[in-house]
Design a protein around this ligand. Structure first.
Ligand SMILES: *Cc1c(COP(=O)(O)O)cnc(C)c1O
Length: 365
């Protein structure tokens, strides 16, 4: 576009720099930005003893319609692994999906933070667990030689862009609790699931039996930060020390907390998630009209997983589009964000149509 030694991003056919690589490639939403500015006044107590941190915790309690213990951390890996470490001893095990972020994208942080808890993975379609699979996995086949299943980790929305219904979560929590296991939910894209399900945040967390939630902010327009929400408050015992030990206690905590206030107060967090979901739906609808594109999972949040011919993938990348190959060489992930313009979706689809059409013309079809 600029023509002056532009990077791939600058020469992209994208709109305003919008891409489909990840929702964490997006910037900061206005509500979060303004809240940061409002918090940027003079001195305030450090380490979370400031008004913004207290207010953000209270806002989360209001959104979830219950008293809970809230801890802000810098990222999702810390939120997940520290929450799981609060549930598990070193000799325990965590049941999760094979595609779970904690299994494939956290470099062993849950195992490390818990001092040795083992992940027991289940590989089922659409990145979703079932009660029967959890029952089968939550065993100690070799007595003292096996780790004891102590936690069930769910992701909502899942790593494949699907969601669990409130009933599905309740059924999973029931089997876990019946086996003396606690339930942790990775909510990096929790807002997207709430929007899809049109439910109260409480309906897919504590009311269904979830004990601790890692509530994602970064991917939904915050500059940085996730909130660990303990519905089972006994699990928060000594958690402040655990967070500090892990290097996740922000000294200028107000700047981690204030953006939460900004997006929670007037429901902006759900407006942004709804937009991201709508863009994914727009992508999915267009893809459904292309016979060479095959959706790999139902589109229920802000991610689209689709199998495309490899020449089309190459052509899209050559035009400057960014996205990840997710499943094999031809399964790609297209993530929509709170700020994805509809024109970017349309431009992407137009480029894809051209790539597909061009190839079939060349091959004489
Ligand atoms: C992005 C993401 C996280 C958070 O990852 P960090 O990079 O550590 O912030 C956690 N879980 C899921 C499913 C994610 O997609």
């Amino acid at each position: 576009m600029s023509g002056e030694g532009g990077s791939a991003a600058e020469t992209a056919a994208s709109v305003g720099g919008a891409q489909f690589a990840s929702d964490n490639n997006a910037g900061i939403c206005l509500e979060a930005w303004r809240a940061l500015e409002r918090a940027n006044v003079g001195h305030a107590p450090a380490y979370g003893a400031d008004d913004w941190t207290v207010a953000a915790g209270a806002a989360i309690e209001r959104v979830f319609e219950t008293a809970c213990d809230v801890f802000f951390v810098f990222n999702g890996t810390a939120a997940n692994s520290l929450a799981l470490a609060a549930m598990c001893r070193n000799t325990d095990a965590i049941v999760c999906h094979a595609h779970a972020h904690i299994n494939v994208d956290e470099c062993g942080a849950p195992e490390f933070m818990s001092g040795g808890a083992k992940l027991l993975t289940i590989d089922l379609p659409d990145a979703k667990l079932t009660p029967a699979a959890v029952v089968a996995a939550a065993v100690t086949p070799h007595d003292e030689h096996s780790s004891r299943p102590r936690a069930l980790a769910l992701t909502q929305a899942t790593e494949m862009g699907t969601v669990y219904s409130p009933d599905e979560i309740a059924a999973l929590c029931d089997v876990a609790h019946a086996r003396n296991m606690k339930v942790q939910m990775d909510g990096a894209r929790f807002a997207n699931a709430v929007v899809t399900l049109r439910c109260s945040p409480a309906d897919i967390t504590w009311r269904a039996g979830v004990d601790v939630l890692s509530l994602g902010g970064t991917k939904n327009g915050l500059p940085a930060g996730e909130a660990i929400v303990f519905f089972d408050r006994e699990l928060a015992f000594e958690f402040a020390r655990r967070r500090k030990q892990a290097g996740q206690l922000a000294s200028k905590m107000r700047f981690l907390a204030a953006p939460w206030l900004g997006v929670l107060e007037d429901g902006a967090w759900l407006v942004h998630a709804a937009h991201a979901n709508a863009m994914a739906e727009r992508l999915a609808r267009a893809l459904a009209s292309l016979p060479q594109a095959r959706l790999l999972a139902p589109v229920q949040a802000n991610g689209v997983f689709v199998d495309l011919p490899s020449h089309a993938i190459e052509s899209l990348r050559a035009r400057g589009w960014h996205f990840y190959s997710f499943i094999g060489d031809t399964g790609v992930r297209l993530m929509c964000a709170w700020d994805t313009p509809a024109e970017a979706v349309d431009r992407f689809i137009a480029d894809l149509r051209e790539a597909l059409g061009g190839a079939s013309a060349r091959s004489g079809r």
